[in-house]
Design a protein around this ligand. Structure first.
Ligand code: PLP
Length: 394
């Protein structure tokens, strides 16, 4: 027996749910890439994506996933032998550090573990220890998707300024853009990296790097930069083809245009608020479930949790059991435990992008049923707690 037939909810932290409007925009004959509507549409995305990242910085497109955008951003500012400082709060920070190592950078990692955000003291000490100013960039994930943690980017900037250190602040917003509040210029990030398949609700395949004039200046002497990844012709193209270093990602651009329209029609502040309320509905349910039994928040302090993805402990074996039941019996796909051992003792819920209250409430009720069906002990009243929050705050 299964009750999974019907529309599925892919509640993993990327790729996220793709709206019908985005799918329909992509369903078309191949367009002319040498001129006409595709060019207008692409150029129209540039100011709008700057609005979403809250910046007047330059924007470079890449055909690639988040890993490609990670490497693109680094290659544009690093020179051989440069040092970078990575503030790791989970698997993705460590992954970006690996990319820097691949470019032969000297990589210093401050590892905050998988249940904490960045704290100022260790960062301050590392910056002050670098009297020669060898650290070219401080790299951090705004949201680390494996831990469900959100870092305070403005506070990191303040710590850098107070230490009088001139490194670039490079921020991975792949999971957080158009989900959690992000102010690239207001918070003083020099480089922001994102991808299409999370808050931007478009299939994987587009990467974005926003870079300000300070980063552009560093780029001028960066000898890791290669012709293909070079962000300058992508941000200031003399010809359309330079935007993507070759053929444009035609259908992705139509999809992205529709997704960006949806975000701007709703209003980016409203998008942030919606994510906040839906995340807190889930957290209210987890609060109730964790009153008894093995369920725990990975990030205890709500002020440090991401609004795009949440991570939970649930006891060895139970994560996989719960996920299997929800997917096979009810059509809800939850995220795997990532960066934790044993991974089947954890699960994550992606609540990024095209998600509304009825989807979140259905996911919560489905998890509640899954806990019962899988015989995983849990506190009562989770659905009630979530519906009460939505009733109060919608
Ligand atoms: C998803 C994600 C990535 C990796 O993106 P890919 O498109 O899978 O390469 C990197 N960083 C964060 C924070 C992410 O959430």
């Amino acid at each position: 027996m299964s009750l999974a037939q019907g529309r599925q909810y892919l509640a993993i932290p990327g790729p996220s749910v793709v709206p019908d409007r985005v799918l329909q925009a992509m369903h078309r004959a191949a367009p002319n890439i040498y001129g006409g509507p595709l060019h207008d549409l692409t150029y129209s995305l540039i100011p709008d994506l700057k609005k979403i990242a809250r910046t007047e910085a330059n924007l470079a497109f890449y055909i690639g996933n988040g890993h490609a955008a990670w490497e693109a951003a680094l290659a544009n500012v690093l020179s051989r032998g440069d040092k970078v400082l990575v503030l790791a709060t989970g698997l993705f920070g460590l992954g970006w550090a690996e990319v820097a190592r691949g470019l032969r950078a000297e990589v210093e990692v401050i590892d905050y573990g998988v249940q904490s955000d960045v704290s100022a003291d260790r960062l301050d000490a590392a910056l002050r220890a670098d009297a020669e100013g060898r650290i070219k960039a401080v790299m951090v994930c705004h949201v680390d998707t494996s831990a469900g943690v959100r870092n305070d980017i403005a506070a990191i900037r303040r710590t850098m300024d107070e230490a009088g250190h001139g490194a670039l602040l490079m921020v991975d917003c792949i999971a957080s853009l158009a989900c959690d509040v992000y102010e690239m210029d207001g918070w003083g990030a020099d480089v922001t990296v994102a991808a299409s398949q999370k808050g931007l609700m478009t299939p994987p395949g587009l990467g974005f790097v926003w870079f300000n004039d300070k980063a552009a200046k560093v780029h001028e002497t960066a000898d890791c930069s290669t012709g293909y990844w070079n962000w300058t012709p992508r941000a200031k193209p003399e010809g359309y083809w330079q935007l993507f270093g070759g053929t444009a990602p035609t259908h992705h651009l139509y999809g992205l245009r529709a997704a960006v329209d949806m975000i701007l029609e709703e209003g980016i502040e409203h998008v942030w608020t919606r994510h906040d309320k839906l995340a807190r509905a889930l957290w209210a349910a987890i609060d109730a479930w964790s009153q008894s039994g093995p369920m725990t928040f990975n990030i205890k302090d709500p002020a440090r949790r991401a609004r795009a993805v949440s991570a939970f402990g649930i006891g060895a074996g139970n994560g996989d059991k719960l996920r299997a039941w929800c997917e096979e019996k009810a059509g809800l796909t939850l995220g795997i435990g990532l960066g934790r051992e044993p991974s089947d003792a954890f699960f994550r819920v992606g609540h990024m992008g095209h998600v509304n209250a009825q989807m979140m409430l259905a996911a919560i009720a489905t998890i509640d049923a899954g806990l019962k069906a899988a015989g995983i002990p849990h506190g009562a009243g989770a659905v009630e707690a979530a519906t009460a929050l939505i009733a109060r705050e919608a």
